[in-house]
Design a protein around this ligand. Structure first.
Ligand code: SF4
Length: 324
């Protein structure tokens, strides 16, 4: 399979100021991420809140300034700045946000919300635009009567269906879904996850699926990149992450959800790791291996040296001195 997206050494840094008298500090949200997304796959980005997952998604969408390289099938994303080129980019790449309550304008009817991207980005006549809008609202399981209503007239799950329909109206090839079910009731989450799975097949989509929920990730994704303090520390096919996790942080994440570990070889007692300490602040990144302040296997060199990528197979790597 060929790659749709290739990211090299992507960094996102910004300044924050806690008080008027304090000097600004640099937040290192994404620290040299290199990864690729294959056409037609669902690549999950897993990790705790605050690890940089959402910022990575926003950087790909050009919603935050970043450095490094982002290549979308031959297009240098970070160099796009002309209005027309940006329009073409957003036809190809769309994002679904976590909160369907804030991502839909309360003052617009659903029909306006869904037709707006087509009016801005295409020259299609109104009749054709409305035909696309009706088709997409049906594809997410809602009736065209919805188009005359406002967002507050819908439940959370219905709103997320509307947000998904909006992400589809321009026929994108790549969708970044940022925690798309975490704000929904558990009873609704499975419906939305199954809808995304179905839409991926129907529209031949590629997904970057950002989530802290490993049970959702296990069900949905083809591969998983585990992120810690702005770095990818392990990447492998989904079944390999669950059956043979390597990085102590990956093991700790899996240990925190014991009901997930139903595979025969998973969840051996020796592999159970409890995450101690808080996630360090991205303003004060630890030296060496960034996980060393929480790792039960920490060695002296972990505190000063940065572990390199170790390949276990073509599809599985991790960064940890235990394997160098
Ligand atoms: Fe733990 Fe050292 Fe491996 Fe980092 S490099 S995960 S501190 S053993």
């Amino acid at each position: 399979m060929s790659n749709l997206l290739e990211i090299k050494d992507l960094k996102v840094e910004y300044k924050t100021k806690k008080g008027i008298t304090e000097a600004p500090q640099t937040v290192h949200a994404v620290n040299g991420v290199t990864l690729s997304v294959e056409k037609g796959e669902i690549l999950a980005i897993a990790g705790e809140s605050g690890c940089g997952k959402s910022t990575l998604g926003k950087a790909i969408m050009k919603l935050v300034p970043s450095s490094g390289e982002i290549d979308l099938d031959g297009t240098n994303v970070l160099k796009i700045n002309k209005r027309e080129d940006l329009k073409n980019f957003y036809k190809r790449v769309q994002m679904i946000f976590q909160n369907p309550y804030s991502s839909l304008s309360p003052k617009m009817k659903i029909g306006q919300i869904l037709s707006e991207p087509l009016e801005i980005n295409t020259k299609l006549p109104h009749k054709e635009i409305m035909a696309i809008v009706e088709d997409k609202i049906n594809k997410v399981g809602l009736d065209k009567e919805c188009l005359n209503l406002y967002p507050h007239e819908f439940s959370g799950g219905q709103r997320q269906r509307i947000a998904i329909a909006r992400s589809l109206v321009l026929n994108p090839e790549f969708i970044i879904a940022d925690e798309p079910v975490s704000a929904l009731d558990v009873s609704i989450q499975a419906q939305i996850i199954n809808l995304l799975k179905q839409l991926k097949e129907d529209f031949n989509l590629t997904f970057l699926f950002i989530s802290h929920d490993l049970s959702v990730i296990k069900y949905l994704s083809d591969r998983i990149a585990v992120m810690y303090l702005g770095e990818i520390v392990e990447l492998a096919k989904t079944e390999e992450i669950f059956s043979d996790p390597k990085h102590p942080y990956t093991k700790a994440l899996l240990s925190s959800v014991p009901e997930l570990n139903t595979d025969k070889d998973t969840n051996k007692d020796k592999d159970k790791i409890k995450l101690g300490n808080e996630l360090p602040s991205p303003e004060n990144l630890p030296s060496g291996c960034k996980f060393h302040t929480r790792c039960p296997f920490v060695m002296e060199k972990c505190k000063t040296d940065v572990p390199k990528k170790v390949d276990f197979s073509e599809s599985h790597f991790c960064k940890c001195f235990l394997y160098e």
